[in-house]
Design a protein around this ligand. Sequence first.
Ligand SMILES: [Zn+2]
Ligand SMILES: [Zn+2]
Length: 229
Amino acid sequence: MTCETFRQWFLDHESDEMTDAIRAHLADCEKCQQIIALDQTLEQKLHNSFEQLEVPARLQERLDQNMRGSTRWLRKSGRLRQIAAPALAIAAMLIFFLFPLASEKGSFASMDTVGQLAISDHLSHGTKGCTSSALLDLESYSLRELGYAVKPPTVPEGAKLLAAAKCQLGDCDTLHLMYSLAGKAFSVFVFPEDEADFKLAAGRSYSLDFGNHQVTLWQTGEQIQAMVI
Ligand SMILES: [Zn+2]
Ligand SMILES: [Zn+2]
């Protein structure tokens, strides 16, 4: 059993009875012991408390967000709408232990999100903020503008790089490269892989059809590249 499985059990379980697997994990995991200890203290404080305070809005928000789908905690968080100050501190600590990764999220939830934003920028970009390819040393340009070096992407043969710009897709700064091939314009957008909440398999490319446009995504090193044709 892993800590992840334990947390899942903790959030979902209906009775306080532990399975052997839970007990075995608890016996040698200090972090999960702490969760149990905090939970018991919280129960106690809730039972003993008589001085009631409003739960701060931000904590309530986190409770509501994080506890969705976990029945036992939903019930508890209902009770937490009115809570004594010591119990509040313990609840906040419990949440910290239970949802250590809840905060960090990338800018792109899915490949579809990237595709839609990329097409819309591709169609509306014009010439704003562009550096022409004649003046362009791509690696030092991207390092200066975005904080990471981008190597020239692999594009269809005969394609000519016209210009580059730093371009925002949603919340994310990307490198926008503009090409022409046989008189037709296409774009490649480059951004760090941790901006994506999805994974691309190494050496694979993924094509999405959006009516008149096609978006192809692939990963190069720690960067994701999205080509709009
Ligand atoms: Zn654990
Ligand atoms: Zn752009």
